[in-house]
Design a binder for this molecule. Structure first.
Ligand SMILES: *Cc1c(COP(=O)(O)O)cnc(C)c1O
Length: 400
């Protein structure tokens, strides 16, 4: 079938899509409407942590769909109780609120911090509500999470913004300190800025932030929508720096492709009262059954070690490729990595790699001088080798 035979006009344009319709996925591979296969280093934007259509997700969906799909969040259901308990047992948090997207989980975190700031007023008896966030950060596409994000231009597209999100500079503790006021209630950051170009917060910065927030009675919120669920080689990226945040949000990998997200907090600050927060699909058994199956996989002995090994292998191979093609090196944590091109050729590489035959390669260029790699956590070394050789060929074709 030709692409032109599809009538795509009924879809609202929200992004520029290539003229392809994907019909099947299996592990690291996607197939389009013509049967052409693509090695997929996007994986739904770091979402499919176990690759496309993994067996454990298929099984969890099939089994749970027959049993119970959604009794309403007004009642308890077994999979959500099980997944919440697993998350609490394997993190520094005590309570879990389930949501359907990363942005919604972050909205929950923002609301919880504001509620806590209302209960813990400043010395003048005023509510505290300001949450310091960072330049180039990304927290989602709702009004509040866009306002919290530090993406260029986002302060004006849908003006007026939701107030109360002053922006500091990542890895610059002084810039955070200089934004503190008696209205400040929290600091919120991604342990590795994903959309911003895979920029890790340093271990020292994370530790420094924890000390600073503790000293001033502020909450530390980590947005682990992209970095959580094993992506960095630890189950959660805050563990890389041995810090203990107050609130964490999860999304993407937790559902391995299905819409599931979560907001976790410590007992001391779990201040929501009935009516403060909720949502029709929150914690439904169909999605939380998938989350539990995914976490079961990640917790299998040796799984996290294999992510660390694959991350180290990808890092070394990217560095080799960078040396061979005169590029600027690479950076990242675990299996969230970026290749620094040193020239504005990212979009050209993405297009040529995709159009390559007989098989294509799907890559992402979050900035024009950068490529980002978000493979499935169970990617094989052969699939890394194949990507490197396809990327190398693409670079050669472009004369680099
Ligand atoms: C993707 C992402 C979000 C938004 O998640 P959605 O599920 O798209 O709403 C928020 N924060 C970070 C760090 C992300 O990478």
């Amino acid at each position: 079938m030709e692409f032109s035979e599809y009538d795509t006009n009924a879809l609202l344009t929200i992004t520029n899509r290539p003229p392809l319709v994907f019909t099947e996925g299996d592990g690291m591979w996607l197939t389009d409407h013509n049967g052409k296969r693509y090695l997929d280093y996007l994986q739904g934007w770091a979402v499919n942590c176990l690759g496309h259509s993994p067996q454990c997700v298929q099984d969890a969906l099939a089994v749970q769909a027959k049993k119970l799909i959604n009794p309403s969040p007004a009642f308890y259901n077994e999979p959500s109780i099980r997944l919440a308990s697993m998350l609490v047992e394997n993190s520094c948090f005590d309570r879990v609120f389930f949501a359907n997207s990363g942005a919604e989980a972050n909205e929950g975190a923002i609301k919880l911090a504001r509620k806590w700031g209302k209960l813990n007023k400043n010395s003048k008896g005023e509510n505290r509500y300001e949450i310091i966030t960072f330049d180039h950060s990304f927290h989602g596409r709702t009004l509040a999470t866009m306002s919290a994000s530090g993406k260029t231009g986002w302060d004006t597209i849908f003006a007026p913004q939701v107030p109360g999100f002053p922006k500091a500079t990542l890895n610059d503790l002084g810039s955070v300190e200089s934004l503190l006021t008696d209205r400040t209630v929290a600091v919120m950051l991604e342990p590795v800025q994903g959309e911003g170009g895979v920029i890790p917060a340093t271990r020292e910065f994370m530790k420094g932030l924890r000390e600073l927030t503790q000293k001033h009675g502020l909450l530390l919120i980590v947005d682990e929508v992209q970095t959580g669920m094993g992506r960095t080689g630890e189950l959660f990226a805050y563990q890389l720096s041995d810090t203990t945040p107050d609130i964490m949000t999860l999304g993407k990998g937790i559902g391995a492709g299905v819409p599931l997200a979560a907001m976790l907090c410590r007992e001391e600050i779990a201040c929501f009262e009935p009516g403060d927060q909720g949502g029709t699909y929150n914690g439904n058994p169909l999605m939380t059954a998938v989350g539990a199956a995914v976490l079961d996989e990640l917790l299998k002995p040796g799984f996290m070690k294999s992510v660390q090994d694959k991350g180290a292998y990808l890092s070394a191979e990217l560095l080799n490729l960078s040396d061979r093609h005169g590029l600027q090196g690479e950076r990242g944590e675990g299996l969230l990595r970026a290749l620094k091109l040193g020239k504005e050729i990212g979009p050209q590489i993405v297009e040529l790699a995709r159009e390559m035959g007989p098989v294509g390669l799907l890559l992402n260029s979050p900035r024009t001088d950068l490529l980002r790699f978000m493979p499935a956590l169970n990617v094989t070394t052969e699939e890394i080798d194949q990507m490197i050789s396809m990327l190398s060929e693409t670079l050669r074709k472009l004369g680099h």
